[in-house]
Design a protein around this ligand. Structure first.
Ligand code: DGL
Length: 271
């Protein structure tokens, strides 16, 4: 039993797709979310820069006495997870391992041998999904595609308008030319486009949302590591942003269906 909060961070609103899944499965856990909106986007930054800013984000959450950190960001997971794990003692989980563990334990998913991965430039450049999928799953073929416009569009709330439709159509082309069995949304902003991706790829392609996979992974992890909070009270969510001149309130409020989110946001400096 551990009543301390779970810390979650991303460059902006994307990690809220992970937070919303965790909140659904663990309504009694206290959650602290850090949206590093000042440094958004992470996807086009160098590995060194991503490591520096992710180290500050994790340091901020540790100072808030979190029991666990979830890197709700594909870019920071693929480039900074190992450094953060070597720097801090608190357990740190990224989005790649829980997703691959879930694929491995799902007989239906395991049969899929052509898996698409869409993510930011930085994540695709790191080659982490490709490497880890191939080292964990036999005979898997990985087709990766960077979609650099999607995270900035999601921050704007442009996830269902005509521009979003055109962008998804363009980015899904390689997966229609050489069809895939499943697609991993390797950036946490992308579940906000899931409906358009489904329309474009059709119902036979499985869409893998990393937030759902992390929530599944935590079911056993929190119990095994004695980190679960088994209080019956509804947990508290606090949101910290490094800049508030952004659409976070609107996009995150819609995602969580929370009209009071504005009152739970605190502006901070992590420099
Ligand atoms: N949501 C993030 C990711 O999963 C970051 C996107 C960005 O900041 O470019 O990669």
């Amino acid at each position: 039993m551990d009543k301390r909060p779970i810390g979650i961070f991303d460059s902006g609103v994307g990690g809220m797709t992970v937070l919303s899944e965790i909140k659904k499965c663990f309504p009694n856990e206290d959650l602290i979310y850090l949206g590093d909106t000042k440094n958004f986007p992470y996807g086009d930054k160098s590995k060194d820069t991503v490591i520096k800013i992710a180290t500050k984000c994790a340091g901020f959450l540790i100072a808030k006495n979190v029991k666990l950190i979830i890197i709700a960001c594909g870019t920071a997971t693929s480039q900074a997870l190992n450094v953060l794990k070597n720097t801090y003692k608190v357990p740190i989980i990224g989005i790649i391992t829980p997703t691959i563990e879930s694929i491995k334990s799902d007989k239906n998913l395991l049969k899929e041998n052509r898996i698409g991965v869409i993510a930011t430039e930085g994540t695709i450049r790191s080659n982490k999904w490709d490497e880890e999928l191939k080292s964990e799953i036999k005979n898997v073929e990985v087709i990766s595609k960077a979609c650099p416009l999607l995270a900035p569009m999601a921050e704007q709330g442009w996830t269902s308008n005509g521009i979003a439709k055109e962008a998804i159509k363009e980015y899904m082309k390689p997966f229609k030319e050489e069809p895939i069995d499943a697609i991993i949304l390797g950036c946490t902003h992308y579940p906000l486009f899931a409906k358009l991706i489904r329309e474009e790829l059709g119902k036979n392609v499985k869409i893998i949302n990393t937030g759902e996979k992390i929530a599944e992974f935590l079911q056993e992890y929190l119990i095994n590591c004695e980190l679960i909070n088994d209080e019956k009270n509804v947990g508290k969510c606090t949101y910290y942003l490094t800049d508030t001149e952004c659409n976070f309130i609107q996009v995150a409020g819609n995602l969580l269906q929370d009209k009071t989110i504005q009152d739970k946001i605190i502006k901070i400096d992590i420099e």
